[in-house]
Design a protein around this ligand. Structure first.
Ligand code: G3P
Length: 217
């Protein structure tokens, strides 16, 4: 399973990259705004910086909701680096744009997926990734992980090459459950990724090893 980090924060991206487990980055307009990145040229420069840090796919989301605007923005974003994956929202115009970019060999990530039907349409249109939002479904007392299972089944039935990029991760166990289901990718905040390191028996076991070594020496 690939690990992506879900942030536009350069320090966090660098920390995950230095851990040696990072396969890519996802951003969205909210994450860019959180870092205070505004204005076209600053946004483009920020994507360039992210691409320099990480050796993998970097999702950059379009703002336009019209087909022509999505195509124009996506073409512009894709010229930043061959690492850029154009992130397109799941709408009727979005599906048309996914098909356009697929025909033009530009990688896409279809975002805001909340149902198996949406994932199926995005895959049919040639999306490289679909991003089901687990946490936001859980937030409304629905079952985010069931959605991942349903999409997995559909994609396997028909050998779709579209990768399931599980997003809106809220905690470590979301990552483990996605891995058990067979999600191709998980994009998570740094806290959830490094949270996988922790186990109290590792801490107490290491302490005992070091204490015993100290006593004996
Ligand atoms: O990148 C999109 C997705 O991961 C959003 O997560 O936490 O805003 O629901 P969240």
């Amino acid at each position: 399973m690939k690990f992506f980090i879900d942030t536009a924060n350069l320090d966090q991206i660098t920390e995950a990259q230095n851990l040696g487990i990072l396969d890519g980055v996802t951003t969205n307009p909210s994450l860019m705004a959180k870092e205070g990145i505004t204005g076209d040229s600053n946004i483009i420069n920020h994507y360039k910086k992210i691409c320099e840090i990480v050796d993998g796919d970097v999702s950059a989301e379009v703002i336009s909701t019209e087909f022509d605007g999505m195509v124009e923005e996506g073409n512009h974003l894709s010229k930043i680096s061959n690492q850029i994956v154009v992130k397109i929202p799941m709408t009727k115009n979005g599906v048309k744009a996914l098909k356009y970019f697929s025909n033009n060999n530009i990688k896409t990530n279809c975002t805001l997926i909340f149902s198996p039907g949406q994932a199926l349409l995005a895959a049919k249109a040639g999306a490289n990734y679909v991003s089901p939002f687990i946490g936001r479904l859980d937030d409304i007392s629905s079952d985010g992980l069931s959605l991942i299972s349903e999409i997995r089944q559909i994609f396997d039935n028909y050998n779709f090459k579209t990768e399931i990029l599980s997003a809106s991760i809220r905690h470590n166990m979301h990552i483990i459950d996605c891995a058990k289901i067979g999600s191709d990718v998980v994009t998570a905040p740094l806290s959830s990724i490094v949270g996988l390191l922790n186990h109290p028996l590792t801490d107490s076991g290491l302490k005992k090893f070091l204490d015993d070594h100290k006593k004996a020496n």
